[in-house]
Design a protein around this ligand. Structure first.
Ligand code: DAH
Length: 444
């Protein structure tokens, strides 16, 4: 039985809702949920599962023998050595901030509109309607700016509901950064140049509507300041991927959109015959800086995922491996210089087992309104880390009855031993039973 301790306000401990045989994707009762020392009320937004909560204190990015922490060290070293003042690094690092954040931190402070799809319940792990597990490290940008910081890195675990395959896991790790400059720093030898357009009064930013309709720049910024920041941003980030992947790495910039930067780009690198997206970046929207405090700076920011980099650098074939506690895995990264050229050698490859699950949807749901991510979370909650992949295999509408049906293939593979078909069948049956109860489906 999978047990979740939910503390009611009156301190009675109840074990509810997450019993495998009585699975529900959201607690049906108005309970409070305890995470660490804190209690949170739950509501109709609550969709966090016990499985996800179990990842909260793993802190892979801080574990010396984890490949993610080697990548992290290399990136941090690059920033420490590239930006110094009087011989000291100017970037500070925040890598121990709780992943529990408010919707204000994760969305509002970053100008993410109320109706933006990234806020959807189907994409995030909500603790309640105003609290969630951060979906990106950018969630801490405003509070650190407000604290008076100008150059900083935020490193940690982020949580997103997504499909299940060898490159997706609901928890992954990001480094996010902000680099700010004042006029005297940006235009050191050109005192006549300015960050802001003359029509913008930086002492009264709220009297001005900062437009982003021009793809080149924010209306409050001068072209010179924007272009110089863009050149520095691109130069620094190319320097970073060259340090990681070598001088000859092929790359390209792709125009992008993020609500919190303008203009924005993504950097892709050519890796094993594919263009691989590595990071998002841009010039921070001036409203964010002005709301958080500084009114005399321009900043660039970027966010980069660590798993993808580590998998490419060390040839790690499956994202679940970074969570492995198997000594055969960890020993390959132990006591290694961060710059060492490590190629992961599979401990051994155990066979996959694939079982299909077909079901009729209840009359209230269609093949287009069924939330795939709810199904993936349920499968992961019951099957745990032996779930390698869940693929939507078929959608079907019965020509006569008009009933809607879906078929998913569930691929099972243990990373450290061979699974027996009997053992897989048992878990598969548990998934069938739990899905039947949670989604009111009928297994075919
Ligand atoms: N937060 C974005 C993501 O997770 C990445 C990102 C883009 C971070 C632009 C930034 C930024 O700081 O400026 O996809």
């Amino acid at each position: 039985m999978r047990i979740m301790k939910i503390l009611f306000k009156n301190r009675r401990i109840l074990f509810l809702s997450f019993n495998k045989n009585n699975y529900s994707t959201a607690p049906k009762y108005l309970a409070t949920l305890r995470i660490g020392e804190k209690e949170y009320r739950t509501d109709e937004y609550t969709n966090i599962t016990p499985k996800i909560l179990s990842y909260l204190n793993r802190n892979l990015h801080l574990k010396k023998d984890n490949p993610l922490s080697l990548v992290r060290q290399r990136i941090v070293n690059y920033f420490y050595s590239s930006f110094t003042h009087g011989g000291n690094p100017i970037f500070s690092v925040y890598d121990n901030v709780s992943p529990v954040v408010s919707t204000k931190q994760n969305f509002d402070d970053l100008l993410i509109p109320e109706d933006h799809p990234s806020r959807a319940k189907s994409d995030c792990y909500y603790i309640n309607s105003t609290t969630l597990l951060r979906a990106h490290m950018t969630a801490h940008q405003s509070e650190l700016l407000r604290a008076g910081l100008d150059n900083f890195l935020m490193i940690g675990d982020v949580y997103r509901r997504d499909e299940i395959d060898s490159t997706h896991f609901p928890v992954f790790h990001q480094i996010d950064a902000v680099r700010s400059q004042r006029k005297e720093q940006l235009f050191e030898n050109h005192p006549d140049l300015d960050i802001f357009e003359p029509s913008f009064d930086r002492t009264n930013p709220h009297a001005y509507t900062n437009s982003i309709s021009n793809p080149i720049k924010q209306s409050c910024h001068t072209l010179e300041a924007t272009k110089l920041m863009e050149a520095q941003l691109k130069n620094h980030l190319i320097g970073m991927v060259r340090v990681l992947f070598g001088e000859d790495i092929k790359y390209r910039w792709v125009d992008a959109y993020f609500p919190f930067t303008h203009p924005s780009w993504e950097l892709e690198i050519y890796y094993e015959k594919n263009w691989m997206e590595t990071l998002g970046c841009g010039i921070v929207r001036n409203e964010i800086l002005a709301n958080a405090g500084p009114n005399n700076t321009i900043a660039y920011a970027f966010g980069i995922g660590l798993e993808r980099l580590a998998m490419a650098l060390y040839k790690i074939p499956d994202i679940r491996l970074v969570w492995s506690t198997d000594s055969g895995f960890l020993a390959q990264f132990q006591n290694k210089n961060a710059n060492a050229n490590i190629v992961y050698k599979p401990v051994s490859i155990y066979p996959q087992c694939t079982n299909d699950l077909s079901f009729w949807l209840p009359p209230t749901t269609t093949i287009d309104t069924f939330t795939n991510n709810d199904f993936y979370d349920l499968v992961r909650d019951i099957g745990g880390d032996i779930i390698e992949q869940v693929k939507l295999k078929d959608k079907f509408i019965h020509p006569k009855t008009k009933k809607h049906s879906l078929c998913y293939s569930i691929v099972y593979r243990h990373l450290e031993r061979t699974l027996t078909q009997a053992e897989v069948n048992k878990i598969h049956k548990e998934i069938e039973d739990a899905a039947t109860k949670a989604f009111n489906i009928v297994v075919r």
